[in-house]
Design a binder for this molecule. Sequence first.
Ligand SMILES: [Zn+2]
Length: 163
Amino acid sequence: MFCLFYLQAKEALENGEVPVGCLMVYRNEILGQGRNEVNETKNATRHAEMVAIDQVLKWCHEKGRDRKEVFEHTVLYVTVEPCIMCAAALRLLNIPLVVYGCQNERFGGCGSVLNISQDDLQHTGTPFQCLGGYRAEEAVELLKTFYKAENPNAPKSKARKKQ
Ligand SMILES: [Zn+2]
């Protein structure tokens, strides 16, 4: 079931969004599934993780569950390293573990740009564990497909010279 988050990323791609997908799993139960909804909602904060967090909050509300206890036992699976904004949100919610695909060189909050997940930050939630590299190539391929399609007029990129 943990590959469902790659299906979410593909769905994002099909809908003209940066292909990032995620799952939030609490004690082997999927409580949240998200993908980027930034373009659709015209809201730059609607990253996959934020969408999934909202679903978990809704679930807690509907079931009358303690959201603190739930998030403290919830693992996030996401195709791309969470950005700085999402990493901070995950930390504030005390999520213990994030499993991700590829690194996010431009915006990554789990070591690539800032290390929100591990830094000693006062009054800012709990540091969390990150395991990167899970099906990373697939995550990168999805991103490449998106950026190629988004900018068809881009000069046949430098990356190609490698071939
Ligand atoms: Zn994010």
